[in-house]
Write a protein that binds this ligand. Structure first.
Ligand code: PLP
Length: 472
C-alpha cells in the first residue's frame, strides 16, 4: 500500500513539474493512461490515482473520451501560503462586526461580492414554484399541522440515502435528521457533542458563521493551519489533539469556504482514524461537495468513518436556493442527541419544502442542474480571478478554488481590509474582510470575494474600483 502510494505521488510530481516547466502547456493533452502505465510500469489504477491528484490540485482536467489536458490557468497568480496559528484556543468575538458587514453588503446598489450567495438567475426557481403548488395540492395533510416529533419526510431521506451510495455506500436512513438549513445542522451538532467552555478545532481561515456558532455557544476556537489546496493540516491536527483537550473538529473539507481547498482522500482517511481514536467528534460541512470543478465528486470524510464519529452536514442553499432553508445531518452515533436538540429548538422542518426537494431530486432534474451549475461557477470563479489579476495591486496572491464560488485574496501586508471596508461600501462594493475568518484577528490583509454572480461589466467595474481603493 505504502509502496503504491509513493509511486503514484512520484508520477504526479513528475507530471506537475513538466507542466510547471512549460513542456506541456495549457490546453495540451497529457500522455494517455495506457502509455503512462506501459512506460512507467505502473498499473492503470496507479496512473489514474496520479491523474486524479493533479485534477484535485486544479492542474489538469479530464475530457470525456479524449483523455487528460492541462487546465487553462486564467491568471498565473501565486496562492497564499498556509499561515502558522496561535497554539492556544481562544474565545470568539466576531458576531457584531459580521452582522454589520453582511447587512451593509446586502444593500441595493452595492456590488454583491460579500456574502457567498448565488445569483437568483442561476437557480431553478420556476421548477421549484411548480413543485410547491403541486405538492401543496397533492398532500393537503401537510398544511394541517402535525406532531413536533419526527416530521422528517421519508421520501427526502430516501433520496439522500440514494445520493450517498456514490461516495460512502450508502448511509443508513436512520442516521439522518432534516434541518432548517446547514446553519441549523451545524449548531445542533455542536450542541450534541460539546459543552460550554470546550475547545473546537477549526480551519484557519475558517468560515465566519462557524466562528459565530462557537461564540454563541461559549466554545473556544483552536485555529489550525490550512493549505489553500489540501485543506486542514493533519500533522497540526495530530499535535493539537494529543493532550485530550479538544472536543470536536468543525471543518469544510470539500471546496472549503473561504479557501476553496479540497482535502485529499488520504488526509480524510487519516483524519477520520485519528479523531475516532482520540474521541474527537468531526462535524463536517459538505455544502459545496456537489459543486466540485474536477471530473469526479469528492468524497466526504464520512466516507472514511468506521466509528460513527463523523456528523455530515449540508443543505441545498448553494445549489437550489438559500431561501428553502432546507438542510440535513447524517449524525452517526450522535443521531439521538442531534434529533433531541432539533425537536427542542424548532420541532421540525417545513414538510412541504422537504417533499418539493425530494420530488426535484427524484425526477433527475437535480443532477442535470448540478452538471451545468458546476461549469458556470467554475467560469465565474475564473473570470473573477482574471479580474483580480488585472485590477488589484502587484504582489496580490489569490487562491485557485477547486469548487464552490468564493475567492480568497491576500494583499500586501500594509493593506488593512477591515479599515477599508466602510470606504468600499461607500464606493458601492462589498467584500468580507479577512479578519472575520479568524478567532485570533489574523488575515487583516486578506478578503473574500463572492463569485456567485455572472461576471458582467458591472462586476468587472466593481473589482476595478475595489482594486483602486486597495492600492490607495
Ligand atoms: C461552508 C458553508 N456552510 C454553511 C453555509 C450556510 O448554509 P445555509 O444557508 O444552508 O445555512 C454557508 C453559506 O455561505 C457556507 O459557505
Amino acid at each position: 500500500m505504502q509502496h503504491e502510494l509513493l509511486r503514484y505521488e512520484r508520477l504526479a510530481e513528475d507530471l506537475s513539474s513538466i507542466i510547471a516547466g512549460g513542456t506541456l502547456r495549457p490546453g495540451e493533452r497529457l500522455p494517455s493512461v495506457r502509455r503512462l502505465s506501459r512506460e512507467r510500469q505502473l498499473s492503470v489504477s496507479t496512473v489514474l490515482q496520479a491523474l486524479h491528484q493533479l485534477e484535485d490540485r486544479g492542474l489538469v482536467e479530464a475530457r470525456p473520451q479524449s483523455g487528460y489536458f492541462v487546465r487553462h490557468a486564467p491568471a498565473p497568480h501565486e496562492q497564499p501560503n498556509a499561515r502558522s496559528t496561535p497554539d492556544e484556543a481562544v474565545p470568539v468575538d466576531v458576531s457584531q462586526r459580521l452582522i454589520q458587514v453582511l447587512q451593509t453588503g446586502g444593500k441595493p446598489g452595492v456590488a454583491p461580492l460579500g456574502a457567498a450567495l448565488p445569483a437568483s438567475t442561476l437557480l431553478p426557481l420556476a421548477a421549484l414554484q411548480r413543485l410547491y403548488g403541486g405538492v401543496a395540492r397533492r398532500h393537503p395533510r401537510l398544511l394541517e399541522g402535525a406532531s413536533h416529533i419526527n416530521m422528517d419526510e421519508a421520501a427526502l431521506i430516501r433520496q439522500l440515502v440514494l445520493r450517498s451510495v456514490g461516495w460512502a455506500g450508502p448511509l443508513a436512513a436512520n442516521e439522518f435528521v432534516i434541518t432548517n438549513s446547514c446553519t441549523e445542522a451545524l449548531g445542533l451538532c455542536l450542541r450534541a457533542v460539546t459543552k460550554r467552555g470546550d475547545t473546537v478545532v477549526v480551519e484557519s481561515p475558517s468560515y465566519h458563521l462557524m466562528l459565530q456558532l462557537l461564540e454563541t455557544l461559549g466554545l473556544k476556537a483552536l485555529e489550525i493551519p490550512t493549505d489553500p489546496r489540501t485543506g486542514l493540516s493533519i500533522e497540526a491536527l495530530d499535535l493539537a489533539t494529543r493532550d485530550g483537550q479538544v472536543s470536536a473538529c468543525l471543518l469544510v473539507p470539500n471546496a472549503s469556504n473561504p479557501l476553496g481547498s479540497m482535502m485529499p482522500d488520504e488526509h480524510k482517511r487519516r483524519l477520520a482514524k485519528l479523531t475516532a481514536e482520540r474521541g474527537v467528534a468531526v462535524i463536517e460541512d459538505d455544502i459545496y461537495g456537489d459543486l466540485y470543478f474536477g471530473s469526479k465528486p469528492p468524497r466526504p470524510i464520512k466516507a472514511f468513518d468506521k466509528a460513527g464519529n463523523v456528523l455530515l452536514c449540508s443543505s441545498f442553499s448553494k445549489s437550489l436556493s438559500p431561501a428553502l432553508r432546507l438542510g440535513f445531518v447524517a449524525a452517526g452515533r450522535y443521531r439521538r442527541q442531534v434529533a433531541l436538540h432539533k425537536t427542542v429548538s424548532s420541532g421540525g422542518t417545513n414538510p412541504i419544502t422537504q417533499l418539493v426537494v425530494a420530488e426535484y431530486l427524484e425526477s433527475g432534474s437535480y443532477d442535470r442542474h448540478l452538471r451545468s451549475l458546476r461549469r458556470i461557477y467554475e467560469r465565474q470563479v475564473d473570470a473573477m480571478r482574471a479580474a483580480v489579476a488585472r485590477h488589484f495591486p502587484p504582489a496580490t496572491r489569490m487562491t485557485q478554488p477547486l469548487g464552490g464560488f468564493v475567492l480568497w485574496v491576500e494583499l500586501p501586508d500594509k493593506v488593512d481590509t477591515t479599515a477599508l471596508y466602510d470606504r468600499a461600501i461607500a464606493g458601492g462594493v462589498a467584500y468580507v474582510p479577512g479578519e472575520l475568518f479568524s478567532a485570533s484577528g489574523m488575515y487583516r490583509n486578506c478578503l473574500r470575494l463572492n463569485c456567485g454572480n455572472p461576471h458582467t461589466p458591472a462586476i468587472e467595474d466593481a473589482v476595478r474600483r475595489l482594486g483602486q481603493l486597495l492600492a490607495s
